[in-house]
Design a protein around this ligand. Structure first.
Ligand code: NAP
Length: 274
């Protein structure tokens, strides 16, 4: 961890599974000292257990003033931690919920209308500081709190601030779940390579660097994805043959992607009602 980037805030994490661990991993590598982190999770991620075995010394005192409470349980477990959240109210804590589907007004009903509450939707590449996090704050968050939180969130990647919470179901379906779609594409391309005679290692190495390179090109190029695609598709060439199938209007990827992503957004809405 580089000393000059240290963020000196006390952070409590309730529920430290896959997503909160990815965030914690980035903080520990980059900006937050372990003694500033308290984890409340009876069965945290394997990653955290391993880290503790390797000597990671996180804070063990719960009776200190926390600046932030990150909520990382599953949406279905929110009711179980109601009392823990309520116990932190009126203590100048900024509550940051990463729960899919759970709206700010539901959290306000649990914690209190006067509390500073932020809804975020991070994603797993946070672990390597390549995440993207959507952010929506309630009206109680003051500019200074907002600025400090941005520094904390930027440790694990880009942030995009929203004024409309109604967009969170779409956000969840696009960037929250998005890494899994790319992992699936990597799996499918690797299998296709194997079916055509490549070894698993050969195929996967080609696939992962292709995805990495194409992703970097999208991020760094001035051209949009459509133009980049068109530029590598010469008429009558190999890419053209593949894309003719993938872009088939009847049964190509466009229909599959739009119905799959709509299903994810619908699930996000449903989770908000559990
Ligand atoms: N995974 C993602 O890519 C992703 C992306 C964006 C947002 N999110 C959101 O992040 C949240 C966590 O997702 P996840 O994938 O990290 O799930 P997860 O791995 O199941 O993590 C949830 C953690 O909370 C713990 N927990 C359950 N009840 C608890 C309680 N009463 N007190 C303290 N800890 C408790 C769980 O322990 P047990 O294992 O014992 O139940 C588990 O360690 C969800 O709300 C999800 O919507 C996830």
């Amino acid at each position: 961890m580089t000393a000059e980037k240290k963020i000196n805030k006390q952070i409590k994490i309730i529920g430290c599974g896959k997503m909160a661990s990815a965030i914690l991993d980035a903080w520990l590598k980059k900006s937050v000292a372990p003694e500033n982190i308290y984890v409340d999770d009876p069965k945290p991620s394997e990653w955290l257990l391993e880290k503790k075995k390797d000597g990671l010394n996180i804070n063990t005192r719960e009776d200190i003033p926390f600046d932030y409470c990150f909520i990382g349980v599953k949406p279905q477990s929110l009711d179980e931690i109601k009392l823990k959240l309520k116990a932190l109210s009126k203590k100048k804590v900024t509550f940051v919920s990463m729960l899919a589907g759970i709206r700010i007004n539901r959290l306000e009903r649990i914690i209190g209308k006067d509390e500073s509450i932020v809804r975020i939707m991070p994603n797993l590449p946070a672990e390597i500081q390549k995440g993207v996090t959507a952010v929506k704050e309630n009206e109680r968050v003051e500019p200074k709190q907002s600025k400090n939180l941005a520094v904390l969130l930027e440790t694990f990647g880009e942030i995009v601030c929203f004024s409309e919470e109604s967009k969170f179901d779409a956000i969840t379906a696009i960037s929250g779940s998005g890494p899994a779609y790319i992992f699936l594409i990597a799996e499918l391309m690797t299998e296709a390579g194997i079916n055509m005679g490549l070894s698993r290692d050969e195929s996967f190495k080609l696939v992962k660097h292709t995805i990495d390179g194409a992703g970097s090109l999208i991020v760094n190029s001035l051209l949009g994805p459509q133009k980049l695609r068109e530029n590598v598709t010469s008429p009558g060439g190999t890419t053209h043959e593949a894309l003719a199938i993938m872009m088939n209007k009847e049964n190509g990827l466009s229909k599959i992607f739009s119905s799959a992503i709509e299903a994810a957004a619908k699930r996000s809405k449903e989770l908000g009602k559990v």
